[in-house]
Design a protein around this ligand. Structure first.
Ligand SMILES: Cc1cc2nc3c(=O)[nH]c(=O)nc-3n(C[C@H](O)[C@H](O)[C@H](O)COP(=O)(O)OP(=O)(O)OC[C@H]3O[C@@H](n4cnc5c(N)ncnc54)[C@H](O)[C@@H]3O)c2cc1C
Length: 390
């Protein structure tokens, strides 16, 4: 058993660490306050080759895989979860295409993500269908020429404003209230097509700078060649999300590490009762507890990333993948809370990044399957003996 990273991954981590410290850290507060998309960071990531980490070399990426992306996101999330989200969006919408798309779809839609000439977003959620994805109402009906006509509204879509294309799921069954898995199909929809419109954007508590919002689809004609995988391939949504668990988890461990490093430096400087705050055992135990939980979350996350890179994201691997997402994002929420408290009043003020970590962390336990949904999946794995120690 080898717990070390390869030389290539260590080099990647060190490079991204420098970029994050020199370029991302100084921009984090401004991105939050202006709520403006950080185009400069997008171009920086493009020039550093970070947009193609998870994309195979034959489609212009570097082939560093989910583990490579996970490591890069961990570094960036130490300072800005909005910037980390920009990297995550190189995989979330491309995932289904990479898993089940045709060579032509990968060439046309995935390759431009690697060189930054296009961006994409992922549309699964609808106002009445978040966790309960089968409650979606977006419909695709045959157009009579082999293609499809899509109608519906997707919501809370990260990166919806900047995206050039969308990975969208719609009901293809005759009865839109059908809940069978083969009633849903995955499509690539281009932003420039007639009937595709970005609706309202959300006023968010955190991860500002990369908008979430609505995608409105009105009589959008989609050619048969833009069906990803097979008609009735809802399973693809789950495979895509399963393989994303370590990538979301990385946003959590990076945030927790950033918060703990900042708070540790602060309490070592802060004088109280003739000592520093770091001299109190109560504070040391909080540092120890968080450090242990962060390392546990990292181990779960790196293992999940390694599994995903081996295409182990089908049902029997789900508990291992969901554990990483569940645990790392809950650790992020806890770390941001405990570390803010360690700074006292200073933690509550915008002069320090703690309140930003605190606001950013909370979305991580909600997106791409809430903590409750992950726990349901982990429990199902144990009940079905996919995870068993006997
Ligand atoms: C910042 C942000 C960005 C997002 N980006 C995207 C995106 O890019 N694309 C996209 O498609 N979606 C996106 N989402 C939507 C996200 O995936 C959903 O919010 C999430 O799946 C939860 O759905 P919901 O909000 O409708 O909550 P609900 O499903 O209404 O759940 C409400 C509460 O009930 C709990 N609950 C629900 N079902 C169960 C159950 N079976 N057992 C126990 N508890 C349960 C949930 O855990 C939650 O606490 C984003 C959301 C946010 C906040």
């Amino acid at each position: 058993m080898d717990f070390g990273l390869s030389d290539e991954l260590v080099a990647l981590r060190d490079t991204v660490r420098r970029i994050a410290q020199d370029k991302v850290k100084p921009r984090a507060r401004e991105i939050d306050e202006t709520n403006e998309y950080p185009q400069d960071l997008f171009e920086l990531f493009r020039d550093a080759g970070l947009l193609g980490l998870v994309i195979p070399t034959e489609y212009g990426g570097s082939g560093a895989g989910i583990l490579g992306l996970t490591i890069a996101i961990e570094e960036v999330a130490k300072y800005s979860n909005a910037a980390a989200l920009m990297l995550l969006l190189t995989r979330l919408p491309t995932g289904p295409v990479l898993i089940a798309g045709s060579h032509e779809q990968k060439r046309q839609y995935v390759a431009p993500i690697a060189d930054g000439s296009q961006r994409a977003a992922f549309g699964l959620s609808e106002p009445q269908a978040g966790s309960d994805v089968m409650g979606m109402r977006t419909r695709a009906v045959p157009d009579g020429d082999g293609g499809w006509v899509l109608n519906g509204t997707k919501c809370w879509m990260s990166g919806v404003v900047q995206a050039d294309w969308y990975c969208v799921f719609a009901k293809t069954s005759e009865d839109p209230s059908e809940r069978r898995h083969d009633s849903v199909t995955c499509f690539v929809v281009e932003r420039s097509w007639d009937g595709v419109e970005v609706g309202g954007t959300d006023r968010k508590m955190g991860v500002r700078g990369v908008d979430t919002g609505e995608l409105l689809l009105h009589d959008v004609r989609v050619p048969a060649s833009n069906v990803v995988g097979e008609v009735g391939g809802f399973r693809l949504a789950m495979l895509g999300l399963n393989s994303m668990r370590p990538v979301v988890a990385a946003r959590g461990i990076g945030l927790a590490e950033g918060a703990l490093m900042y708070a540790t430096e602060y309490v070592q400087e802060r004088a109280a009762f003739g000592k520093t705050v770091a001299d109190f055992q109560g504070i040391q135990w909080q540092i120890a507890e968080l450090a242990t939980e962060i390392e546990a979350a990292r181990l779960l996350t790196y293992r999940a990333a390694a599994l995903a890179d081996e295409a182990k994201f089908t049902k029997q691997w789900v508990p291992f993948l969901s554990m990483a997402k569940y645990y790392a994002t809950e650790v992020a929420v806890k770390a941001s809370n405990v570390c803010l408290q360690m700074l006292g009043a200073a933690g509550y003020m915008k002069d320090h990044p703690m309140e930003l970590y605190y606001r950013d962390a909370k979305q991580l336990t909600i997106v791409e399957g809430t903590s409750q949904i992950q726990m349901g999946l982990i429990a199902r794995g144990v009940l079905d003996r996919d995870l068993w120690w006997g």
